[in-house]
Design a protein around this ligand. Structure first.
Ligand code: ADP
Ligand code: ZN
Ligand code: ZN
Length: 745
């Protein structure tokens, strides 16, 4: 590195200004991204400090104009440097400006006033204080007497400043007199807000790991000790004790004076889990999430930086906790889509965690009952270590899972939301006063069209994903832009019953009340959970048995343990199959497996009824058997045949512009440019109109690239970035990059 790019002061919101300096001979080979360095700045050559955010061998300016660095700021590499280095990696990998990347990893630098806490501390020994008290009594110094009495009586040897001044009516001159005489001291300290304080008990249950848990914990730990920071996949059904394994590993990490980050998909849904961490690790645990106030969030950032906590729990942004010595990063429910950012830089928290762990020798544990095809593929290839917990803790047996064919129901004249089988089962549970969950799978409802007689959805002949029905009555593929007229009858079986699906949770709630008039029903969906505590309220009420039936979307199938539930009804199991992207089957399998796993967790045996139009689909069959490997074998075959991730790498290039013509022209040009590069093995799909072809008056187009090697696509992306940096037209047409896109754009 001959030259370095530095940013001067990240606290002044001047994040986007980058300055270039020369690396002098004495510093050659020692400069790394993220380091804090000294240099002369501005016309007056003021000495300044800044962070290295990049390097170059060729300068961007005439080299005689570039000043030299003066030194490296001594001391350990602070947490912020690590985060800046991470931002530099994110910028390169995911494509964004340095500014956007820095804003992602560093919190808003706006200063939020700390709460100060002042206390009066007795510094004289008790005997001296006692003598002094008697003297004050003799001399009738009442205020001094009251203060000394209170101090001597206080158990901790100190008093709260504000309260004492008010209640004991003490003036500052009294305090000052004593302070000068060395009797007491006024101390002030920052009071941090701890969002968990007082919400849980601190009574850890003593749990002895079972054999499978011990094998996993010891296996991971020994491998980490031997080989350093690696990534491990902990695969175990819900209730198999993964969380206990996480806590065991965290315990060992803390003993080595290192810290832990625990990512969870959605804090409101995993409240019970947070409680378990707090019970075990107490005040040294904190959470970071969007429902905290700015002040609370900033405090957690400071507490972490100052070494006041060891464990940070939160959604993907908690990955950027400024810990200095991270030992472990855990990603629970690693298959969840919330780990992928939908904002630029569109980072994947799993990859970014692995990168951050690599920077400080930490290890990463990915946990899931239904690992993403991606992670399982890497575990199979040996890239990740792999540990499996096969059994649920305790007696809990796997539920019975009948699959009901809705086409049969239609043929038998049953047009109700409930199949005959589900209805019978519901009657039975209500009679026995056991609880029921009804899960409406509404994921990926993007206007697909399917046949109610044969169950087939209309698919793209080129991409094998469901086509979407648009406002103009035409069906479109969201990857390649293929279009066709909406047919009048099913292309497979000729039935006229083809349509989208339109039942909502509210409708189901009403139907339950109609069919089972006495049943108490709770509903959980985006409408009923808008306010801050509503998730918890609904779940707590249901947990306490205040309702017989809980109706909801995917949020009810995640992370909660309801021992009273013995029946789960899955309505419209196949809806998520028609999401118009290549992960549709994977998501369906995950959702159904999770839903089924909610049934019968303790002493009562459970049952889950899956209602579907495509009972033979492998994702539904495998979910009903709780057969992960069976699902994976089919799925990886499909990904291989069609060249989708993880077998191939896929890069989405999203273009947007206010002017449609200009957009089309530029999209075509870019597409042609990529094709002209003629990189062997790269397939270029598009340009095509985006799924959302226009949003807020801005037109959108997409190009997808596929190749077996991610490195090849990364090189193409860097070429494109260079190319588009130089032409001003790209200021009007915006480009975003998205690796292995989760949702269609
Ligand atoms: P997961 O994270 O895989 O869903 P948990 O760690 O939450 O599983 O475990 C499920 C339940 O079993 C929890 O209530 C937990 O306290 C309990 N549990 C876990 N491991 C043990 C063990 N070794 N002995 C007794 N109870 C356990
Ligand atoms: Zn049909
Ligand atoms: Zn297509």
């Amino acid at each position: 590195m001959e030259f370095v790019n530095v940013i001067v002061d990240i606290s002044h919101e001047k994040l986007d200004r980058i300055f270039q300096y020369r690396v002098p001979p004495e510093l050659k080979g020692r400069i790394r991204i993220g380091m804090q360095v000294n240099f002369p700045f501005g016309t007056g050559n003021r000495p300044m400090k800044g962070y290295v955010v990049g390097g170059a061998d060729v300068p961007d300016y005439p080299s005689e104009k570039i000043k030299a660095l003066t030194g490296i700021v001594p001391g350990s590499v602070p947490a912020e440097s690590q985060l800046i280095a991470l931002a530099a990696w994110m910028k390169e990998t995911y494509g964004s400006t340095m500014n956007q990347a820095l804003k992602t990893v560093l919190p808003v630098k706006q200063r939020i006033r700390q709460r100060q806490e002042r206390k009066i501390v007795l510094t004289a020994n008790r005997e001296t204080a006692q003598c002094l008290l008697e003297e004050c009594r003799r001399k009738h110094y009442r205020a001094k007497e009251r203060l000394l009495e209170a101090l001597l009586e206080s158990r901790e040897g100190h008093l709260d400043y504000d309260r004492s001044v008010k209640e004991l009516k003490i003036t500052s001159s009294v305090l000052q007199g004593f302070q000068e005489a060395g009797v007491l001291r006024v101390e002030s300290s920052t009071r941090y807000r701890n969002p968990l304080e007082g919400r849980f008990s601190k009574q850890p249950r003593t749990i002895v790991l079972n054999q499978a848990q011990r094998l996993a914990a010891d296996g991971i730990w020994n491998s980490y000790k031997k080989e350093g920071g690696r990534t491990y996949l902990l695969h175990g059904v819900t209730g198999s004790g993964k969380t206990e394994v996480y806590m065991e590993l965290i315990d060992r990490v803390i003993r080595e004076k290192k810290q832990a980050i625990v990512l969870i998909p959605e804090i409101a849904l995993t409240f019970q889990t947070v409680g378990r961490f707090y019970e075990r690790f107490g005040e040294r645990v904190s959470v970071m999430h969007s429902r905290l106030s700015d002040g609370e969030r900033y405090d957690q950032y400071l507490r972490a930086r100052e070494g006041k906590i060891d464990v940070m729990i939160g959604p993907r942004s908690a990955l950027f906790t400024p810990f200095l010595h991270i030992g472990i990063i855990i990603i629970d429910e690693e298959h969840e889509s919330s780990y992928k950012s939908e904002n630029v830089p569109r980072y994947d928290a799993r990859e970014t965690a692995i990168q951050r762990a690599g920077m400080c020798g930490a290890f990463v544990v990915l946990g899931s009952a239904t690992p993403s095809t991606d992670s399982y593929y890497r575990a199979r290839s040996g890239e990740y270590g792999y540990y499996r917990l096969h059994e649920r803790i305790g007696e809990a047996s796997l539920p019975q899972v009948p699959v009901v064919d809705l086409r049969e129901e239609l043929r038998a004249g049953n047009r109700s939301i409930f199949s005959r089988k589900l209805r019978e089962a519901m009657e039975d549970r209500l009679r026995k006063h056991q609880q029921i969950m009804l899960f409406l799978n509404r994921r990926g409802l993007a206007g697909f069209v399917s046949c109610r007689s044969c169950g087939k959805a209309i698919r793209c002949p080129h991409c094998d994903v469901a086509l979407s029905l648009h406002g103009d009555g035409r069906l479109r593929c969201h990857y390649c832009g293929y279009e066709t007229e909406m047919p009048k009858v099913c292309p497979s079986c000729g039935s006229p019953y083809i349509s989208g699906f339109r039942a909502g949770t509210q409708q189901i709630e009403r139907e339950v009340q109609k069919v089972f008039p006495g049943a108490r029903v709770l509903r959980m969906d985006y409408d009923t959970t808008r306010s801050k505590e509503s998730y918890e309220k609904i779940l707590t009420a249901f947990g306490k048995g205040q309702a017989d039936v809980l109706v909801g979307t995917q949020m009810i199938v995640k992370g909660h343990d309801f021992p009273g539930v013995t029946l789960v009804g899955v309505l419209a199991a196949d809806l998520s199959l028609y999401a118009s992207d290549y992960r549709a089957s994977e998501r369906t399998f995950q959702l159904l497996t999770q839903a089924v796993g909610r049934a019968g967790r303790r002493d009562l045996p459970g049952e889950a009824v899956i209602q579907t139009y495509v009972p033979d689909h492998y994702s539904i069959q495998a979910a009903s058997r709780q057969d992960y490997e069976g699902f994976y074998e089919q799925e990886i075959l499909y990904r291989t045949l069609l060249g989708y991730p993880p077998v191939y790498s896929m890069l989405g290039i999203y273009l947007s512009c206010r002017e449609e013509e200009l957009l089309e022209e530029q999209a075509e040009k870019l597409g042609a440019y990529i094709r002209d590069l003629d990189v062997p093995g790269v397939s270029v799909i598009g340009p095509a109109k985006a799924a959302l072809a226009k949003k807020n008056d801005i037109y959108r187009r997409v190009i997808y690239l596929k190749h077996q090697s991610e490195g090849t696509l990364l090189k193409i992306k860097q070429k494109l970035e260079k190319e588009t940096e130089q032409e001003t037209v790209w200021e009007e047409v915006h480009i975003q990059y998205d690796w292995n896109p989760l949702n269609v754009y």
